[in-house]
Design a protein around this ligand. Structure first.
Ligand SMILES: Nc1nc2c(ncn2[C@@H]2O[C@H](COP(=O)(O)OP(=O)(O)OP(=O)(O)O)[C@@H](O)[C@H]2O)c(=O)[nH]1
Length: 990
């Protein structure tokens, strides 16, 4: 055999010269350079050293740039190929170059080596033929694996391997095989042969086979071969760590792949198997893979086989050069050749599938052993065939029932119907129908309130949960957890209450030393003002609440932020209804009361009377043994004012009023209005913290950055601490009296909270206007037909709106309900007129006047607009409007009475009664009632009235006349006829 040079060997091994030289040197073999020649023995040694015991029975085919398929080569293929060896060499090389251009087999060497293979001992070949044939018969059925690689290519690549084989086979000829063992590998070989096309041993190169075949220790024992075959089939499954298919899957795939397998290919496979027998093992030498097989390896250990090569694969080439450290692949631990044969089909495919999976996963290998191989979630192999989607064992298809958690829906105060239906996964129409059944008419885009949502959701088997209030996370309104040491004494907030004209404004005026009494429309305080008063003993904040009962609601709201109530009672007038009302509000708010007995300058002043009358309402003066302070004052003569203030401060001391001035401010709106020049203005009483100009605040539904602040004297201030009333400018809208104002860290927070509140308010308003709740439905049924008087109120300040609301609420009766469908500050706008038109509402303007454009529009739309400056007038007008809406009653008015003294039958006209008018007069065109012995016989209309033969308009008492009754002829002598009419009695409100 000709010598081979290092570079040639390197080329054949697909190694760089340097790498091969290093290897050779590492083996202790001295070579000069890559041009040095190597002896055959040396080459063999090198190959063996490099690849150890590689399976000589496999051959590889590169089907893609990164994928090489290996399959078992059969002996008859080898022999067949060996016959045409020399011719095939060139073709094979060409093919190799075509399939794997980077692989260049050592052509000259292989040509020479091919010779021995072509001349095997005849006897051996004959012996081998028998079992091979048997195996061939089984092979296609059991192992007819698909050949993804084009048959043409596979065929072409085969001769090269045959040519190399003689080097490996040579020693085996010396040791004949044991006949009884021989058949086993033959039987087993079909498996790998058939499997080979699918088995992607990505890292194995074509050279691997050649080198393995040229090993000095061929060790081609039949059993080991079978083991190896089995191992090849079995091991990939665990190593890939992914594929797990049921046997059915595998069988299905087998049959499927068999169909795909070209017949020609199968035939070739058989031939290969037959030729295998020729390869004889060297007695006494066990191949490495057999040794490994004997090791107590687990099936799952098979992963080492492919993972090891992969670890050794030079990254730059993607090829596998099995070195001494990585000999043959580990066989399936614990499995005999027979076992392997029994499982050859499916395991081989598992291996294929695993490798395929492995490739898909970028060769990331997961070790899965034992039963896990067949457990769920590992069947990705049969992706195309849908096998991988097979239901995992132990899992059954379940009917989907929404979990309890999914049947719980979070709803805010309101929710749009469509949204609720969507969350519940039902059709909006179904929900509408259900709501209709519940008496709630709603459209798909309509907002329904929480209660309604809860009811309808329950009908569909869902639970409704109120969504958490998000504002709390943004607004720091809680002072409960605050460090008590941060809280310092603050001024008391005092509200003055009392009956009309008992002197509230006068008293406060005296205290403030200003006069606001004059100029008030109607002489009534129309809105709340807040004032800060400095006294010698400390500061006091005053809230001036109106005295009229219509302002009760606002007063009670004022009491919420009030520490102390001064109840003003005129000494000459005593306790009046609104005095009691104010008292009750103060009591309800648990606010201590100081009674200011006013007008003691008056001659008829009787302070004791006040004490006496108040004691009847549970307020007992201190000097009468009670705990309520009474102070006699005169706003007119300024008597007792210092004492009153002293008492207030004394009471405040007892209350231990504290606040933390060093935190974000919290306050309440006392009054708010829209100023033409300055925009929304809000008078806020600060309760906690300190508000500063420039800060962002949330105030009711609105927010804003405080542009400027003013104290009660109209002076601009930069900050305001606890118990300080300030007027702030910069809000985005006019808040309502009683709204909370909270300072926030930044504008974004303020905007967020405000947006949320506005949205909720809008949704609430929509829900209020559109819904017909069960409650209201019940009420309608209870009360019969209900007529509504819809109102839109526009006023200068919220105080007026509150007053009107309060008064109007009392006007509602069981027959007429007053609905304020919209109320806001500011003048009447075109949108108000539009709303009134569609809602059939009356617009009430208080202290506002509309623009000409709006007036014209109201005229066009026939909308009734009324404007007032005094609440009393508004209420009176409303009473009239309500009366107009009520049902009239009719009262019977008797015109006259006549006695029937004769009857006449007139042809075509019926019976006519000849009567004598006994009372009043009988008048044509009115109603008549026929009485017989006091019992009504007939009630109808007068048909004809005649005096003698002439028609008469009326017949007076004392005269005779003929009376015809419409549709009635049964008139008898002695009957009485009453003539009467029904007078409409329009309803009036008491
Ligand atoms: N003689 C006398 N008259 C007083 C005194 N205080 C108030 N008045 C008069 O009583 C009338 C009503 O006083 P107001 O201060 O307007 O009473 P009010 O309670 O504020 O009235 P409303 O704002 O309508 O609720 C005025 O004419 C005052 O001049 C007082 O101490 N003595």
């Amino acid at each position: 055999m000709a010598k081979i040079r290092v570079y040639e060997l390197a080329k054949s091994l697909n190694m760089t010269n340097r790498a091969l030289l290093n290897k050779i040197e590492a083996m202790g073999i001295e070579v000069g350079s890559h041009m040095s020649s190597l002896e055959d023995e040396t080459v063999e040694l090198i190959r063996k050293n490099l690849f150890g015991d590689k399976d000589p029975e496999t051959r590889d085919k590169r089907v893609r740039k990164t994928v090489i398929r290996r399959r078992k080569r059969s002996h008859d293929e080898e022999s067949e190929e060996s016959e045409e060896a020399s011719d095939a060499v060139t073709a094979e090389v060409a093919e190799k170059e075509e399939v794997r251009p980077e692989v260049e087999p050592p052509q000259p060497e292989t040509v020479e080596e091919a010779a021995p293979e072509t001349t095997p001992p005849v006897d051996e070949a004959v012996e081998a033929e028998k079992p091979v044939v048997k195996a061939e018969e089984e092979a296609p059925e059991a192992e007819g694996a698909p050949e993804p690689v084009k048959p043409k290519k596979a065929k072409k690549s085969e001769p090269a391997r045959v040519i190399k084989r003689p080097v490996v086979e040579e020693p085996s000829k010396e040791e004949p095989p044991e006949p009884e063992v021989a058949p086993e590998p033959v039987e087993a070989t079909p498996a790998p042969v058939a499997e080979a096309p699918e088995e992607p041993v990505a890292e194995v190169k074509l050279e691997e086979e050649s080198v393995a075949e040229m090993k000095a220790e061929p060790a081609q024992e039949v059993a080991p071969v079978a083991e190896k075959v089995a191992e090849k089939e079995v091991t990939p499954a665990p190593e890939a760590g992914e594929t797990s298919k049921t046997e059915q899957d595998e069988e299905a795939e087998t049959s499927e792949t068999e169909k795909d397998e070209p017949k020609k290919k199968r035939k070739k496979v058989k031939k290969f198997t037959a030729a295998k027998i020729i390869k004889l093992p060297e007695p006494g030498i066990k191949p490495d893979f057999l040794k490994e097989k004997e090791a107590p390896a687990q099936r799952g250990n098979g992963h080492a086989r492919t993972s090891a090569p992969s670890a050794q694969m030079p990254s730059h080439t993607g090829r596998y050069n099995a070195g001494p450290a990585d000999p043959a692949p580990a066989p399936a631990g614990g499995e005999t050749a027979v076992d392997a044969r029994a499982k050859k089909g499916r395991r081989g495919r598992e291996g294929v599938g695993d490798d395929a999976s492995s490739r898909r996963k970028g060769r990331k290998k997961t070790v899965v052993e034992g039963k896990a191989l067949y457990s769920e979630g590992r069947g990705r192999k049969g992706r195309k065939g849908g096998k991988g989607r097979q239901q995992p064992v132990g899992q059954k298809t379940q009917i989907t029932v929404p979990k309890a958690i999914k049947r719980r829906i979070k709803v805010d105060d309101t929710i749009v119907l469509a949204e609720l239906a969507k969350r519940m996964g039902i059709k909006a129409n179904d929900m509408i129908i259900k709501l209709m059944g519940m008496g709630v008419m709603a459209t798909v885009n309509q907002t329904i309130d929480y209660d309604t949502a809860e009811l309808v959701a329950t009908e569909f088997g869902f639970e409704v949960e109120r969504a958490a209030f998000e504002e709390e996370t943004i607004l720091s309104t809680s002072v409960v957890d605050e460090d008590p040491s941060l809280r310092v004494t603050r001024s008391p907030v005092v509200t003055i209450m009392g009956h009309v004209d008992h002197g509230k404004t006068s008293l406060l005026d005296v205290i403030r030393k200003t006069s606001v009494t004059s100029g008030e429309a109607g002489g009534i305080t129309q809105h709340i003002g807040a004032y800060h008063v400095e006294t010698e003993n400390g500061a006091i904040a005053f809230l001036d609440t109106p005295g009229h009962e219509a302002f009760t609601a606002m007063r009670s709201r004022g009491a919420k932020v009030t520490d102390i109530v001064i109840l003003v009672v005129a000494a000459d007038d005593g306790v009046m209804p609104q005095t009691v009302e104010a008292l009750n509000h103060a009591k309800a708010a648990e606010v201590p009361i100081i009674v200011a007995v006013n007008k003691i300058d008056k001659p008829d002043a009787d302070p004791d009377r006040v004490k006496r009358e108040l004691s009847e309402h549970g307020v007992l003066a201190e000097d009468w043994g009670g705990d309520t302070m009474f102070v006699n004052v005169s706003a007119k003569s300024h008597v007792g004012i210092p004492e009153l203030l002293e008492m207030v401060l004394l009471q405040a001391e007892v209350l231990e009023l504290v606040a933390n001035p060093d935190r974000l401010a919290i306050g309440h709106v006392v009054e708010a209005k829209l100023d033409i020049g300055r925009g929304p203005l809000a008078t806020v009483l600060i309760q906690e913290g300190t508000v500063k100009a420039g800060q962002s605040v949330v105030c009711g539904m609105y927010h804003g950055k405080i542009r400027a602040m003013f104290n009660d004297k109209g002076e601009q201030v930069s900050e305001a601490g606890p118990s300080m009333p300030v007027e702030i400018i910069g809000l985005t809208g006019v808040p309502e009296a009683g709204d909370e104002m909270v300072a926030v860290k930044d504008e974004k927070d303020a905007r967020q909270v405000s947006g949320h509140r506005l949205q909720k308010a809008r949704a609430r308003e929509l829900a209020k206007n559109s819904r017909v709740t069960l409650d209201s439905l019940f009420e309608r049924l209870e009360e019969g037909e209900v007529k509504d008087l819809n109102l839109i109120i526009k006023a200068d300040v919220h105080g007026s709106i509150e007053a009107l609301r309060e008064s109007l609420g009392k006007l509602s009766t069981s027959e007429v309900k007053i609905n304020v469908i919209h109320a806001a500050t500011g003048t009447v706008t075109e949108s108000d007129v539009s709303l009134a038109a569609v809602s059939n509402a009356i617009i009430l303007g208080f202290n506002v006047r509309p623009a000409t454009k709006v007036q014209n529009m109201a005229k066009e739309e026939n909308v009734d607009m009324r404007f007032y400056d005094i609440i009393y007038d508004a209420i009176k007008d409303l009473k009239d409007a309500m009366v107009g809406l009520m049902e009239s009653t009719f009262e019977e008015k008797i015109l006259g009475r006549a006695e029937v003294r004769d009857t006449f039958v007139i042809p075509k006209k019926g019976t006519v009664a000849g009567c004598y008018v006994t009372e009043g007069k009988i008048v044509r065109g009115n109603k008549v009632r026929l009485l017989r012995e006091g019992v009504i016989v007939y009630d109808g209309n007068l048909a004809s009235l005649r005096r003698f033969k002439d028609d008469a308009k009326e017949v007076a008492q004392g005269y005779e006349c003929g009376i015809g009754i419409e549709n009635f002829n049964d008139v008898k002598l002695g009957d009485t006829i009453d003539c009467y009419y029904l007078e409409e009695i329009k309803p009036t409100l008491d």
